[in-house]
Design a protein around this ligand. Structure first.
Ligand code: FAD
Length: 491
C-alpha cells in the first residue's frame, strides 16, 4: 500500500475540526482533513426533508432513525444522521463535511457564566465572554429572529403557544439565537426564495438558509488554498511510531458504504476532531488493537449534557393546538436554571409532522450530577457506556415537575404519543466528555502521554454545559488553537 504523507492531519469536520483547520490554514500550514461522511455540497445531491426522507436521511440504514419519524424505508446510503445505540441511551450524531452542523437545529446558545465557571474553573471567564464567544458568534453567523415576524408568522404558532403556556405556569422564557439566516426565512415566508425551514428541512440537512460549517469556517479555510478535505474516508485505527509520528489505517468507501480502497496515512501532527463518540472510539479501539497509549482519564467524565426529552399531548384548551405548519428552527426556550430544586433549561421544540398533532415537544437540558464512563468492549469490538437510570434520576424528576406544572396551568397530558411512558431519558443529542480539558489533555487540548496528538471537539467538555453545546465547543476550540499555535506546536 502507498503511504500518503501529511504534515498535519485532522480527523473529522465538525466544529472542533473546522476551527482547527481555519486557524492552521490562516497561519500558513497545509492541512489534510479526513471525513467519513459525504461532501454534500460537492456531490450535488440535495438534502431530503423530514416528510420525504431520501438519501441524506440516515447513515447506511434501511429505515429512518430520527426520533418519532422512524417509520420510512430507505436504500442504505451514507446519509447525514447516524445513531449509536447503547443499553440505556441512544446517541444521534451528524456525518458529512460539516459534521453535526448539517443535522442540528442551529440553536446557538452561550452558556450561563456562573455554570461555565463551575464546569471550567481553570478558564478565564472574562476572556471567553469578551472575546471567544463574540468571535464564535461572528464566525458562525449567529442571528436572532425578528419579534414582529415571530408574532405574525403562522409557522411559529408552536413557539407562541409554548411561551404563553410557560408564562401561565410561572416559568421564564428566553429568545434563542440561531445560525439559520432569519432574513432568508422572512423571504421564504414571502415565497421569494426556495423554502427550507418552512419545508420540514432539518436533521437530514438544510438545502437553504442554515449557515452550517461548510458555509462558514470550512469555506474560509478552503479559500486559503491550504486545506484539502477527503470525504468518505473513515479512519479505522491509529498507531504511534517510534519517531512519535502517527500512522492511520483508513477505508475509503462509496456512498453505499462499500470499501473501495484501503489507504495508509502518515502524519507528524494529528488532531482528533471526530466528535465525542468518534474520538473516544478511535482512542479506545486503537488502544485495544495495537496498544496505542492512552491516559487513564480517557473515557472518564462522560455525560449526556442532561438531555431528557419529554412532551405534552392535547395542547389545546388554551390555544387550539400547536399548528399544522411548523418551522423546523427553534427560537424559544424556558429557563429554569436558577431554581435550586429543579434547575433545567428547555428548548420549545418544533414537531413538524405536517398536521396539527396538538403536541408540545421539549428537549430538557439538566445538570449532570453523576458522570458516566466510556470504555471498550473487546468482544463486541465497540464502545461500551456505563450509563443507566441512576444517572438520569434527577433529570426525570425535573421533567416530571415541569410537565405537571405545565399541565396544571394549561391542561394537556403527559405525552404517551411520543414516548412509551411519557419520557425520553434515552434520547441524547449532546454527548460530551471523555477527553476532558486539563484532565486527559493539557490546558490546551494536547493529549497527555503524547507529543504530537491533540483533541478538539465535544469530548473536551466534562459531560455538561447547561445549554446546547456547539457555541461552547467552538469557543473552546478557538481558545485551544490560538494557544497551541502561539506555543509553536505546529511549527
Ligand atoms: P461533530 O460535529 O460530531 O463532528 C465530528 C465529525 O467527525 C463528523 O462529521 C463525523 O462523521 C466525523 N468522524 C467521526 N469518526 C470518524 C472517523 N473514524 N474517520 C473520519 N471521520 C470521522 N447543538 C447545539 O448547540 N444546538 C443545536 O441546536 C443542536 N441540535 C442538535 C440536533 C441534533 C439532531 C443533533 C444530533 C445534535 C444537535 N446538537 C446541537 C449537538 C451538536 O451538533 C454537537 O454537539 C456538535 O456537532 C459536536 O461537535 P464536534 O466538533 O464535537 O463533532
Amino acid at each position: 500500500k502507498d503511504i500518503i504523507e501529511a504534515p498535519i492531519l485532522i480527523i473529522g469536520s465538525g466544529y472542533g475540526g473546522a476551527v482547527s483547520a481555519l486557524r492552521l490554514c490562516e497561519a500558513g500550514k497545509k492541512v489534510l482533513m479526513l471525513e467519513m461522511g459525504l461532501n454534500w455540497g460537492e456531490s450535488g445531491i440535495p438534502f431530503s426533508n423530514m416528510l420525504k426522507p431520501g438519501k441524506s436521511a440516515a447513515w447506511l440504514k434501511n429505515k429512518t432513525i430520527a426520533p418519532f419519524m422512524n417509520i420510512f424505508s430507505l436504500e442504505p446510503f451514507t446519509g447525514t444522521l447516524d445513531r449509536m445505540d447503547f443499553d440505556n441511551i441512544n446517541i444521534w450524531v451528524g456525518r458529512g463535511v460539516g459534521g453535526g452542523s448539517l443535522v442540528n437545529g442551529g440553536m446557538a446558545v452561550t452558556p450561563k457564566e456562573s455554570y461555565f465557571k463551575e464546569v471550567f474553573p481553570d478558564l478565564d471567564p472574562e476572556k471567553f465572554y469578551n472575546h471567544y464567544f463574540p468571535l464564535v458568534h461572528k464566525e458562525l453567523k449567529v442571528n436572532v429572529i425578528g419579534e414582529q415576524f415571530l408574532k405574525d408568522c403562522p409557522y411559529y404558532k408552536f413557539t407562541r403557544v409554548g411561551e404563553a403556556e410557560a408564562h401561565k405556569a410561572g416559568f421564564k422564557t428566553v429568545r434563542v439565537p440561531n445560525v439559520y439566516d432569519f432574513q432568508y426565512m422572512e423571504k421564504e415566508y414571502r415565497n421569494e426564495v426556495p423554502r427550507s425551514a418552512f419545508n420540514t428541512e432539518v436533521i437530514y440537512g438544510n438545502n437553504h438558509g442554515k449557515n452550517s460549517l461548510d458555509k462558514t469556517y470550512l469555506k474560509k479555510a478552503l479559500e486559503t488554498g491550504n486545506l484539502e478535505i477527503l470525504d468518505l474516508h473513515c479512519v479505522e485505527n491509529i498507531k504511534l511510531n517510534d519517531d512519535k509520528t502517527y500512522t492511520l489505517e483508513v477505508q475509503q468507501t462509496d456512498t453505499s458504504g462499500t470499501v473501495i480502497s484501503d489507504k495508509v496515512f502518515n502524519c507528524k501532527k494529528l488532531i482528533l476532531a471526530a466528535g465525542t463518540m468518534g474520538t473516544l472510539k478511535l482512542l479506545l479501539h486503537s488502544n485495544a488493537v495495537n496498544g496505542f497509549p492512552i491516559h487513564e482519564q480517557i473515557g472518564k467524565n462522560w455525560g449526556n449534557n442532561g438531555n431528557f426529552m419529554t412532551g405534552r399531548n392535547w395542547v389545546k384548551p388554551l390555544s387550539g393546538g400547536t399548528g399544522a405548519k411548523q418551522s423546523t428552527i427553534p427560537v424559544g426556550g424556558i429557563d429554569n436554571w436558577d431554581d435550586k430544586e429543579h434547575p433545567f433549561f428547555t428548548e420549545i421544540a418544533p414537531l413538524p409532522m405536517g398536521m396539527d398533532v396538538a403536541t408540545a415537544l421539549y428537549l430538557l437540558i439538566n445538570r449532570v450530577d453523576k458522570k458516566g464512563e466510556v470504555s471498550y468492549d473487546s468482544t463486541k469490538k465497540n464502545l461500551s457506556l456505563d450509563w443507566n437510570q441512576n444517572h438520569t434520576t434527577k433529570m426525570r424528576e425535573n421533567a416530571d415537575y415541569f410537565i405537571k406544572k405545565m399541565n396544571r396551568a394549561n391542561g394537556g397530558t403527559r405525552s404517551h404519543f411520543l414516548f412509551n411512558n411519557g419520557f425520553g431519558a434515552d434520547v441524547c443529542y449532546h454527548p460530551l466528555g471523555g477527553c476532558v480539558l486539563g484532565k486527559a489533555t493539557n490546558e490546551y487540548g494536547k493529549l497527555k502521554d503524547h507529543e504530537n496528538l491533540y483533541v478538539l471537539d465535544g469530548s473536551l467538555i466534562p459531560g455538561t454545559i447547561g445549554v446546547n453545546p456547539f457555541v461552547t465547543i467552538t469557543a473552546i476550540s478557538e481558545y485551544c488553537m490560538e494557544n497551541l499555535i502561539t506555543q509553536n506546536e505546529f511549527a
